[in-house]
Design a protein around this ligand. Sequence first.
Ligand code: ADP
Ligand code: GLC
Length: 463
Amino acid sequence: MVTSEAAPFVKTGGLGDVLGSLPAALVKRGDDVAVVLPRYRIAEIPHSERVWYSMPLNLGAHRFSIAVDQVVLHGVRYLFVDCPPLYDRAGVYNEHGVDYGDNHIRFGILNQAALGIARNIFRPDVFHAHDWPAGLLPCYLRAGYAGDPTFFGAKCVLTIHNLGYQGNFPAWTLGDLGLDASLYHPEGLEFYGRLSFLKAGVVWSDAITTVSPTYAQEIQTPEFGFGFDGLLRSRAYKLSGILNGVDYEQWDPSNDPYIPAHYSASDFSNKRTCKVALLEALGLPKDAERPLIGVVSRFVYQKGFDLFGEIAGQVASEDVAMAILGSGERAIEDMFLHFARVHPDQFGVRIVYNNAFAHLIEAGSDMFLMPSRYEPSGLSQMYSLRYGTVPIVRATGGLEDSVHDDSGFKFSGYDPQAMLAVIREALAAYRDRTGWEQRMRHGMAKDFSWDVSAAKYQELYRA
Ligand code: ADP
Ligand code: GLC
């Protein structure tokens, strides 16, 4: 597998979660898995072993020498590409919201490194590329090494975790990436006048997956396709959706080290203790009876909080509090900070990335809000279900596939009034204690463990 993130080493969102747990689930089912990713300065790598000291790589006119460091975790070989000129920086993709100007080279080298590793360190039957940062790999393999016996029979799978991020660069980067000009056309690398890493993956991989069955359908429509819908419709024969799983070793209220009291479906009285701790941490009144809605999210266009902004005042007129954790676009951060100033007894807001606090919100809230404009899979709503925190979601992508009426609330149209109506419906339902606890139990009993999804990936690899 080739990726730009993998928990617990480096994670900015759900992609990191997936690469932290799917590989181990595959190993448990008998496969051999190596994961190749950059050794960023900010990656938290406890003890690694240097397994390759110097591998020269060419990328167009650029020459790099990389080393490879290995960490074995749950039977998975995580292979970190060490290349300080490219990865020894403060951010993963950007700093202060500005993408690194040489991201095409940073991730171009990642793909070349993966092929070098495949040649020298770990010989795979299947290359599995995740999202645009790994999108060039199938192209390098098919176009660059087509005649190389090392890779005879090797197949490529591309998983799209988020079509909103495509890795599109100016056409002149072709030379930087060592790609032949003959590949730059609409049936190849070119996407509306730019060179697209993700398109390379779509065109040259043998199979494409995305992270839920509903999203696999949605991305073939103009509304969700980000310009790729036609391309994906033409590749529908090799496109499928496999819902993400949850790592219940990390996300389990009965033994979560980040929460003050533990509970399970058979006895969730301690959830109240978590709620009080959460209210206290946010400086909200410690009223455990009042319903509390949690939010943990990257604050980006995708997540639909502009919709929430339109009805926040009406939500505040209800007897409800909100626990909000997230960071990202300034306008969304400012919006939540504004509501926290205007309704200090109702809106507790933290603008930061903090894993421990994400766990506390999942445990301490009664409901969890995800009004996403689109959501390829979404993991937070699955965590919520296991924590007895009833999800309120927009019926799209993985939210549609994982949240059901027995344990959550959904609205369809991308419309603030539809959202307000379903929030009110949830608040009304909360007052019926017996019905609510029944709903919590149904959610906690759902099983989204990786094993089921890993079996589907294995089936695809074998096919
Ligand atoms: P996405 O990958 O689009 O961000 P997911 O729901 O798949 O959405 O995954 C989000 C992951 O990132 C979850 O594990 C969630 O807990 C975590 N996360 C998002 N924002 C924060 C934050 N501010 N602090 C801690 N964890 C966060
Ligand atoms: C993306 C998507 C999210 C998905 C995650 C992991 O970041 O936005 O819905 O869960 O990837 O696949």
